[in-house]
Design a protein around this ligand. Structure first.
Ligand SMILES: Cc1cc2nc3c(=O)[nH]c(=O)nc-3n(C[C@H](O)[C@H](O)[C@H](O)COP(=O)(O)OP(=O)(O)OC[C@H]3O[C@@H](n4cnc5c(N)ncnc54)[C@H](O)[C@@H]3O)c2cc1C
Length: 155
């Protein structure tokens, strides 16, 4: 994938609006904390301005279209680029953390685990949230961040 295409990753139509996304820059890691109340930090002109400029020659409508909502959305990364699926350790609370790309399989896996059908797509341990339990926080963070560009290209 070229840097230019990566920078202006995709356009989407939604209710008459056009959406454009950029994934061409280095990740801006967030540390989980009680103070982190939202998965949407403020939009940063410095981080996204180049993508807006690069989109214009590729999609002529973007040259004159007014800008609507700007979103600085947080990506959830795991060290192996795979979802977290299964019980959380809290009675009755299960997790299904996944990208949209994985959503169909994750929904099916979770449903089959909950219903105990035995018809699982993968071994539950492969997606269990505890598979990184022996790792340090730093190793989880560094490894996950190392997959940032690959995840952006794949999904
Ligand atoms: C900018 C951006 C671009 C992305 N592009 C892609 C892509 O191209 N391909 C891809 O596969 N993935 C993409 N992703 C990742 C994908 O969007 C997420 O992995 C996916 O949406 C996660 O789904 P979810 O159902 O777990 O969580 P969410 O989609 O976040 O849904 C959680 C819902 O719960 C609601 N909620 C939260 N707290 C409460 C509460 N206390 N009470 C009631 N409701 C609550 C939220 O409002 C939200 O509607 C992108 C993510 C971002 C941020």
């Amino acid at each position: 994938m070229t840097d230019r295409v990566r920078s202006f990753r995709h356009a989407r139509a939604r209710a008459g609006d056009a959406g454009r996304a950029s994934r061409g820059r280095a990740p801006l890691p967030l540390d989980p904390s009680a103070a982190l109340a939202s998965a949407e930090p403020p939009f940063r002109e410095t981080g996204f301005g180049a993508a807006l400029r690069e989109a214009a020659p590729l999609v002529p409508a973007f040259r004159s279209a007014p800008l609507g909502r700007r979103l600085n959305g947080v990506f959830a990364l795991t060290p192996d680029e795979l979802p977290l699926v299964g019980p959380t350790g809290v009675e009755g609370l299960w997790c299904a953390e996944a990208w949209v790309t994985h959503a169909g399989g994750v929904g099916r896996q979770l449903a089959n685990m909950l219903l105990k059908t035995g018809d699982l797509l993968v071994e539950p341990e492969r997606l269990d949230r505890r598979r990184f339990a022996s790792w340090s926080d730093q190793k989880v963070r560094d490894t996950a961040l190392g997959h940032h560009q690959g995840v952006c290209d794949a999904h």
